[in-house]
Ligand binder design. Structure first.
Ligand SMILES: *Cc1c(COP(=O)(O)O)cnc(C)c1O
Length: 384
């Protein structure tokens, strides 16, 4: 709070020094060489796609289990979008589906320019494997890490860009840290950072030599950009939030572990455990035996004032993307979409509130099981 007020009293409330400080702080946190702050992750994705040369006619591939911006920003570049099926347990891109699609696309001459893994729910994708495919098939990787600030992949912080060209974070209030609205693109490549900075500010370039020759007011514009800048008072908030990030994630981890213990006896599929330490726990998603049960539980939780959610309606089901691809082409994502429900999980959630969620969820699941037990019981799934 005090940092934001101080930033509001500074000589510049936008295009001042706070943005660069926040960029440096995030770059240091994740171990990336360059950071470009922007006014949302959506604009960050657009900057990354454009900086990598995604143009009309080229292909961008991504997960259908994501927020619409991941794919919509490719359409804004004039590119074509193809969705790759996801793993039914994690909701992340299926490596087998990606590999198969690449083999086919190589034969057809339709290989992607960019592939965008989404670290769904804060659980990192297998970036080393995706990096190997990127080398083999010659595409660039952009990580949509809107859920995954503070997560670790292959022992490194998400955002280090070890296996990707650019990683994009979101600072929307539901994400790990917030600036109100805001986002950031991280990269190890100076050329990409330079182009993203240019596109963030109308494509304007100021060259000292030219200014000396033609006048200090001179600048040139060679390509159309936007105004995607973050303000300095937002950046001040972001830097204060970043200092608290590890604490926020630890709290999310504690709450996720409480869910795991308290839901263990219900006929639910809970998130994987093995790599829990690498997960940023953006979402806690449970899966039911079928969509009818999920719907009933959802309705009753909402009636009780509990903010259950569904992430996400698969993008191939959205009118914007309906095309050659049918839901049947995505068995993994369909299975996930039919069964999943997101439980409340955020650092301010108290243990009493969480216990109330658990009690209500358990009661609903039990009453539905009892009601359906005449016609056959729910399959016991436990933790996979
Ligand atoms: C939130 C989110 C975005 C968009 O972030 P904004 O900062 O709101 O633009 C993009 N992708 C995913 C996966 C998200 O969850």
């Amino acid at each position: 709070m005090a940092a934001v007020v101080a930033a509001l009293h500074a000589a510049r409330i936008t295009q001042g020094e706070e943005v660069a400080r926040f960029e440096q702080a995030v770059a240091d946190y994740v171990g990336a060489a360059h950071a470009v702050a922007c006014n949302s992750a959506t604009s960050g994705l657009w900057l990354a796609y454009r900086a990598l040369g995604l143009v009309a006619g080229s292909w961008l591939w991504t997960s259908p289990n994501t927020f619409v911006a991941t794919a919509a920003m490719a359409l804004q570049c004039g590119a074509r979008v193809r969705f790759i099926d996801t793993d039914p347990a994690s909701g992340n891109l299926s490596l087998e589906a990606l590999q198969a699609a690449l083999e086919q696309a190589e034969r057809d001459g339709t290989l992607p320019r960019i592939v965008v893994p989404v670290h769904f729910a804060g659980r990192p994708c297998d970036m080393a494997a995706i990096g190997r495919l990127a080398e083999r098939y010659g595409f660039d990787v952009v990580e949509d890490a809107a859920h995954a600030l503070g997560a670790r992949a292959a022992g490194e912080p998400v955002g280090s860009c070890r296996y990707s060209a650019v990683t994009v974070f979101s600072f929307h209030p539901v994400k790990a840290i917030t600036t109100g609205e805001g986002g950031m693109a991280l990269t190890q490549r100076a050329d990409l950072a330079e182009r993203m900075v240019r596109l963030r500010s109308h494509g304007v370039v100021r060259q000292p030599a030219q200014q000396q020759a033609l006048g200090g007011w001179h600048y040139t514009v060679e390509e159309a950009g936007f105004n995607f800048r973050l303000t300095d008072f937002q950046a001040a908030l972001g830097r204060a939030q970043l200092a608290r990030l590890d604490g926020f994630i630890e709290r999310r981890r504690v709450l996720a572990e409480r869910y795991r213990k308290r839901l263990a006896d219900l006929p639910l599929q809970l998130p994987h455990r093995e790599d829990d330490a690498s997960c940023a726990w953006h979402l806690y998603v449970v899966q039911f035996a079928d969509s009818a049960i999920r719907r009933q539980v959802y309705e009753r939780l909402i009636e009780a004032g509990i903010g259950a959610q569904l992430h996400y309606v698969p993008l191939y089901r959205q009118p914007l993307f309906v095309g050659a691809e049918q839901p049947e082409d995505f068995p993994g994502c369909e299975q996930y979409y039919n069964r999943a429900l997101t439980m409340p999980l955020y650092p301010q959630l108290s243990e009493q509130e969480q216990d109330r969620v658990v009690t209500l969820l358990a009661a609903q699941v039990k009453s539905i099981c009892d009601a359906t037990s005449q016609g056959g019981s729910m399959p016991e799934q436990g933790i996979v």
